[in-house]
Ligand binder design. Structure first.
Ligand code: NDP
Ligand code: 2IT
Length: 444
């Protein structure tokens, strides 16, 4: 008998101490278990029980030399969670907080997310506890080359195709792909998020942030509303946050916050295009902090705050997991927030996510809302395989169509009490295709 409490207890026993992984599995199980009881073929094939066990996990040593000639040792990981519907696909995260629990939760989420994109891609995640902060370009290069020297054995265009995530942007992808190309002696699309000069897709950099806003537009449309004029609290100041902010401003919304590890930037009248361009230079080019930018620009900045205390109509958490506590969620709801769209992966704690769900506001979970990034990664694989490059307009048009299709799947599978429960819709919508493939293959 598949039952939520005993199932999640068994997962906790098999994955002791892995809080993030247990949290991600439980969120999915809450929605998928009732669904598999209605569809006994999944029950009989023990699809969910198999799906919470990754295909394989690779853990390796990464030794490299820093600028002073000291030997440094980090740990490298790749969690190849499921290739049921296509080659493993998912980003790499370089951050001191990286551990197996974090990467397993991200890989598990990626399986369902990638299924929702409608593209043939399986789910994986990898990375290292390496911290690119404070390192010179040369040191980052040494680390990336050492990391790829080992990871190369496990990836390839038809096997596993990594990309970026926190701490892994265009600079890191360049070093990683360069080393892949060198030691494998082949120029193939074994990574995405590449520079446009060497096979990268246009709009890949912008795709996660833009996609989130396109998804928000679809959600609001179901209630006859638009983004124009909405006051939006955005967290983060990285790849996802900055391009979500750009698209929100383009759509006439007011972006009143951004944040990073140094604190909260609050601009009451809304950040304008010139300010955003300056922030992008500070964060992405100079790798400096928002606090430095705010000081120079004379803007309101608080080092001990996050965006969730700022009144808003819409919240776009785009920094990291569990950044919205249950108390933050209650505060947002009391303050009148009516739309939450997750650019980050699992930014809401379980308590926060349940509060959003109960409230009946529009709540778009990450695996649906932030799937635009990996979707354009999928299209980068297609372009690489065809050895051609689509125009910006072509890719953007496809991104909008994919986000619309993801939204349709949420609506199709998320019906509940006369409205759409996007958490239910995304989890079941993502599950079905993977489950059908697993049933077709037999027991493995
Ligand atoms: P980046 O490294 O480009 O940016 C992350 C931002 O979040 C930075 O501004 C960083 O601050 C801030 N941040 C990270 N951790 C913390 C923390 N513990 N406390 C406060 N702020 C923090 O990463 P991305 O923008 O690529 O990723 C952001 C989120 O989006 C992640 O959850 C990622 O998994 C998810 N995502 C990313 C996709 C992509 O295509 N890149 C696709 C789908 C989801 P600072 O600048 O100070 O380091
Ligand atoms: O979380 C994610 O979807 C990503 N970091 C993007 C993965 C990818 O393969 O583009």
């Amino acid at each position: 008998m598949l039952e939520l409490e005993s199932f999640t207890e068994a997962v906790a026993r098999r994955n002791p101490g892995e809080k993030e992984y247990q949290q991600a599995v439980r969120e999915v199980a809450e929605k998928v278990i009732p669904f598999v009881h209605e569809h006994p073929r999944y029950l009989k094939a023990a699809v969910l029980e198999r799906l919470v066990e990754p295909d394989r996990i690779i853990v390796f040593r990464v030794a490299w030399e820093d600028a002073e000639g000291n030997v440094q040792v980090n740990r490298g990981f790749r969690v190849q969670h499921s290739n049921a519907i296509g080659p493993y696909k998912g980003g790499l995260r370089f951050d001191p907080s990286v551990n197996l629990s974090v990467l397993k939760f991200l890989a598990f989420e990626q399986v369902l997310k990638n299924s929702l994109t409608t593209l043939p891609i399986g789910g994986a995640k990898g990375g290292s506890d390496f911290d690119p902060k404070g390192k010179s370009d040369r040191e980052v290069m040494h680390f990336c080359h050492a990391y790829m020297t080992e990871m190369r054995r496990y990836i390839g265009k038809d096997v596993d195709v990594p990309a970026g995530d926190i701490g892994v942007g265009p600079r890191e992808i360049g070093y990683l792909f360069g080393q892949f190309k060198r030691i494998s002696n082949e120029f193939t699309g074994a990574m995405t998020g590449k520079g446009p000069a060497f096979g990268g897709s246009l709009i890949r950099t912008e795709a996660t942030g833009y996609g989130c806003v396109y998804f928000a537009r679809e959600m609001l449309d179901t209630r006859g509303e638009v983004l124009e004029g909405k006051q939006c609290a955005v967290s983060g100041a990285g790849n996802v946050a900055l391009f979500a902010a750009e698209k929100l401003i383009e759509f006439g919304a007011r972006v009143v916050t951004l944040s990073d590890r140094s604190g909260l930037l609050h601009v009451e009248g809304g950040i304008d295009g010139d300010q955003l361009a300056a922030i992008r230079r500070v964060k992405l080019d100079q790798r400096a902090s928002l606090g430095d930018y705010a000081d120079d620009a004379g803007l309101d900045f608080r080092s001990d705050a996050d965006p969730w205390q700022v009144p808003c109509d819409a919240a776009f958490p785009c920094a990291t997991q569990n950044e919205i506590s249950e108390a933050d969620a209650e505060g947002l709801l009391t303050g009148g927030c009516e739309l939450v769209v997750e650019g980050a992966n699992m930014p809401a704690t379980a308590g926060a996510a349940h509060a959003f769900e109960r409230s009946g506001i529009l709540y778009g979970p990450g695996k649906a809302a932030n799937a635009g990034g990996v979707a354009i990664s999928g299209l980068e694989m297609t372009q690489n395989a065809m050895r051609l490059t689509w125009t910006r307009d072509e890719v953007d048009r496809r991104l909008q169509a994919i986000m619309r299709r993801i939204h349709e799947q949420c609506v199709e599978h998320g019906a509940e009490d006369g409205r759409t429960n996007y958490v239910k819709g995304a989890n079941i919508g993502g599950f079905v295709k993977v489950a059908d493939a697993m049933v077709a293959y037999g027991v493995m």
